[in-house]
Design a protein around this ligand. Structure first.
Ligand SMILES: [Zn+2]
Ligand SMILES: [Zn+2]
Length: 245
């Protein structure tokens, strides 16, 4: 299968599941396609024969099309589990019927690109594997591969935007923020959506567009909350009064 086609299928998944930012909930995506998700521990208790079968097939995760089941090894690192779940989704979406080096490669390609679209790397400004791993909630090794591939993507996309790039851009373009959105968090103070800002990446410049209060690092949150609560309440009140027609 052509990689262009795999990327188109990924965009179909974004459309179907309403994925508008990263990281997204991998469980929900599989559930959207009618799959039930179990841990190996749960499977061991409920269907021992199936458990033995899946252990023979895979260390990390496994899907069984007829029963619409996905199971994963819960003892693995969470970021690795996310990749494994999207690898299984890749097999499902790409309608693989057998496991070959080629289908394995395609499923890995699918997982890497659905979790970390290279265009989102560009707009996020993440240029090292640590920041990519943190923002997109993937392992460092997966982030390293995505970063290497991002550089190749950038070389090409900076000269020519393909119809696929265009589709990706339009999918994540948010009219409210007038920008490509790769991450959404609720404002710490008023719960309004704050686009393209992660509390893990502290910056003085990130102001909530609704209450106009600077977002704070999660670690310092409790301390700073005391200082800002009154101000937040006052500003929200002013804002709400302005909104009343
Ligand atoms: Zn596989
Ligand atoms: Zn706010």
């Amino acid at each position: 299968m052509k990689y262009y086609e795999i990327q188109n299928r990924i965009l179909d998944v974004y459309d179907a599941c309403g994925i508008q930012a990263f990281p997204f909930d991998c469980h929900k995506v599989l559930e959207h396609y009618g799959y039930r998700i179990f841990t190996y521990q749960q499977l061991r208790e409920t269907n021992y024969r199936l458990y033995c079968y899946c252990c023979r097939l895979s260390d990390d995760a496994f899907h069984y099309k007829d029963l619409k089941i996905v199971a994963y090894d819960e003892t693995k690192l969470w970021q690795r589990i996310r990749f494994s779940l999207m690898h299984e989704l890749g097999h499902i979406i790409l309608e693989h019927t057998e496991e070959t080096p080629q289908t394995e490669h395609e499923a890995n390609y699918f997982a890497s690109h659905i979790l970390v679209p290279r265009m989102a790397v560009y707009y996020s400004g993440c240029r090292n594997k640590e920041s990519i791993a943190e923002l997109f909630d993937i392992s460092l090794s997966a982030a390293e591969l995505a970063l290497d591939d991002y550089k190749i993507w950038y070389e090409r996309a900076s000269k020519h935007m393909s119809p696929l790039d265009r589709r990706m851009y339009l999918h994540f373009y948010n009219p409210a923020s007038k920008s490509f959105v790769y991450h959404v968090e609720e404002c710490f103070w008023c719960c309004a959506p704050v686009y393209n800002f992660s509390t893990k990446h502290y910056s003085d410049l990130d102001i909530c567009p609704k209450c106009m209060i600077r977002q704070i690092h999660a670690k310092g949150a409790v301390y700073e909350q005391q200082r800002h609560t009154d101000e937040a309440r006052r500003r929200i009140q002013i804002w709400e009064e302005q909104e009343v027609p």
